[in-house]
Design a protein around this ligand. Structure first.
Ligand SMILES: [Zn+2]
Length: 553
């Protein structure tokens, strides 16, 4: 009897432990050396030289920590045109270019229909997390390739967790790839972080709680004043400069910015202040805690994009106190994020990379006032004149459909209906565009390979060209020229293939990364294969980059 009882007890124990083994996922170790967490940080509109322009007043825990502990590729460039947000985020995470990944702009013209497409537009899904209908009709479905975040998920049979965060929808969605557990972005109308039904039908409880804190309002009630006494901002123009755009309802573009008095304008205002960066990193820390990112041996990925520096840069330009203050504050916020990661994931257990989706040019008026050749190319006005010229020649109205991303799209429906010769139209348009002030080269994109332009321009045009989603004629402006409305307009912009727009930071730090720097040239497409190699996962399926071998231990 006693023996029988013992036998049954043993049998029970054995069965229990068998069941436990069957249901429990073995996560102690994969046997493959990998970091516990990868944190991708993209700073929207960050020029490479901002690492050094404001270096003196950065603390030791943010940008300086990355430069001192990590590995910096000092000459990293965008290798396609146009240099805009949607493409930059896609390229960093896919190692690919518009010709292959299909994201040819923030918006593009679908050449077959002439209709406009926003890069992350998806009418088949709905907003989750607010009642703003359009804000959540978003997904990565327009991206034709996998991202390194997808490849990490595939490599671990979806056991790795991928979370993507940015106040801009495209800054979160494209880095997250097709298989992210979640992408969250900011809805300026409600002040909530939201997502779409592509990812889930309900926000996780922790995010609902995060939204309930109403942090945007709390930040804006603090007003925006400079972090240090304003007279110490010696790296920037005086506060009231003619190159700066004003906040609506204000008299001058100056400090203090009384955001507490602008609450009636809604919570979208937050993104045009450095508090937008702070809120994004608040959410990143909350995601690390609540999603337990980097808590076990299966590598997770947190893709963060900080969008506010782009809004501030567009409004005030690179030589403003507003931009300088935005970076000094971001530096502090980054230091806090790294501290948080040290505590939660452990120093040396995670890998970080820092880069940008594009950089930015100086305001043309500012350059002219300082005797530097620069100008604004009035794209809309030129499109009108081009159409008038084509109409007089071919007797048909509106032959050129759009002029954006520095490329002309033709109205293919009109051309077909009137049986016009596309080549004659292209030749006529090219001759006209060549004569415009500020234009350096005009290229028939389909024949870019044989164009009489420097090789590097050819490569950027071909890399940026997807026949179904790109225009047919490319203009290349003279350096320091950009598309806009008037020569004395305020603020700044990006989009060209010049170094001002395309020289970006590329710094790696943490697990598996050497300390140092290189002056060798690299491309934006080299980040994804570097991280993929580090993680010992397959590179994304549209990758054309090569790993930064000298950065890896
Ligand atoms: Zn921008």
């Amino acid at each position: 009897m006693r023996i029988k009882t013992l036998f049954i007890t043993l049998l029970c124990c054995f069965t229990l432990s068998l069941n436990a083994q069957q249901t429990k996922t073995p996560v102690k170790s994969t046997g493959v050396p990998r970091p516990k967490l990868v944190v991708g940080i993209m700073v929207d509109q960050m020029r490479w030289d901002y690492l050094y322009r404001f270096f003196e007043r950065y603390g030791n825990g943010g940008f300086k920590r990355m430069l001192q502990d990590g590995f910096s590729c000092e000459n990293a460039y965008i290798n396609y045109v146009p240099s805009v947000t949607g493409i930059g985020h896609s390229t960093v995470y896919t190692g690919s270019v518009p010709a292959i990944h299909g994201i040819t702009g923030n918006d593009w013209i679908i050449q077959a229909t002439g209709k406009n497409m926003y890069c992350t537009e998806d009418s088949s899904v709905k907003t989750v997390g607010s009642s703003t209908e359009d804000a959540g009709k978003m997904s990565p479905k327009n991206m034709l390739v996998t991202s390194m975040t997808d490849e990490l998920r595939l490599a671990t049979n979806f056991r790795s967790k991928v979370i993507a965060i940015a106040s801009k929808d495209r800054g979160a969605i494209l880095p997250g790839g097709h298989t992210a557990n979640a992408a969250y972005w900011y809805d300026g109308k409600s002040g909530n972080w939201i997502t779409s039904t592509y990812y889930m039908n309900q926000l996780p409880a922790w995010l609902t709680k995060f939204n309930e804190q109403k942090l945007p309002e709390k930040y804006l009630k603090q007003d925006w004043n400079t972090l240090y006494p304003i007279e110490t901002y010696i790296q920037s123009s005086k506060d009231n400069a003619p190159y700066e755009g004003k906040f609506p309802g204000t008299e001058t573009p100056t400090f203090p910015v009384k955001t507490s008095e602008m609450l009636g304008r809604g919570m979208g205002l937050l993104t045009s202040t450095p508090y937008g960066s702070s809120l994004t990193l608040d959410l990143a820390k909350a995601a690390i805690d609540n999603e337990e990112l980097g808590a076990d041996a299966i590598t997770d990925f947190l893709a963060i994009s900080v969008s506010s520096p782009d809004y501030v840069g567009h409004q005030f330009g690179p030589n403003s106190i507003e931009v300088e203050d935005t970076y000094l504050r971001l530096d502090r916020d980054l230091a806090a994020l790294f501290n948080h990661l040290d505590t939660k994931v452990g120093k040396g257990n995670y890998t970080v990379f820092l880069t940008a989706d594009h950089a930015v040019q100086h305001n043309a008026g500012f350059m002219n006032d300082n005797k530097i050749h620069a100008g604004v190319f009035p794209t809309s006005a030129v499109l009108k004149e081009l159409n008038a010229k084509l109409e007089s020649e071919f007797k048909v109205k509106e032959i050129a459909l759009s002029f954006s991303n520095y490329a002309v799209s033709l109205n293919n429906t009109v051309i077909a209906a009137n049986k016009l010769d596309e080549n004659l139209i292209k030749n006529s348009a090219i001759e006209f565009l060549k004569k415009q002030e500020g234009v350096a080269f005009v290229v028939d994109i389909a024949n870019a390979g044989s164009a009489t332009v420097p090789d590097i321009y050819k490569e950027k045009i071909i890399n940026g060209y997807h026949p179904e989603r790109s225009g047919v004629i490319q203009i290349i402006l003279e350096p320091a020229w950009y598309s806009g409305s008037s020569a004395r307009s305020t603020g700044a912009t990006h989009g060209t293939m010049n170094p001002a727009d395309t020289h970006i930071p590329m710094v790696f730090m943490g697990w598996g990364i050497k300390q140092g720097k290189t002056n060798n040239s690299y491309n934006m497409t080299d980040i994804a294969p570097t991280i993929s190699g580090l993680l010992r996962i397959q590179e994304p399926n549209g990758n054309i980059g090569k790993a930064v071998n000298e950065a890896l231990k």
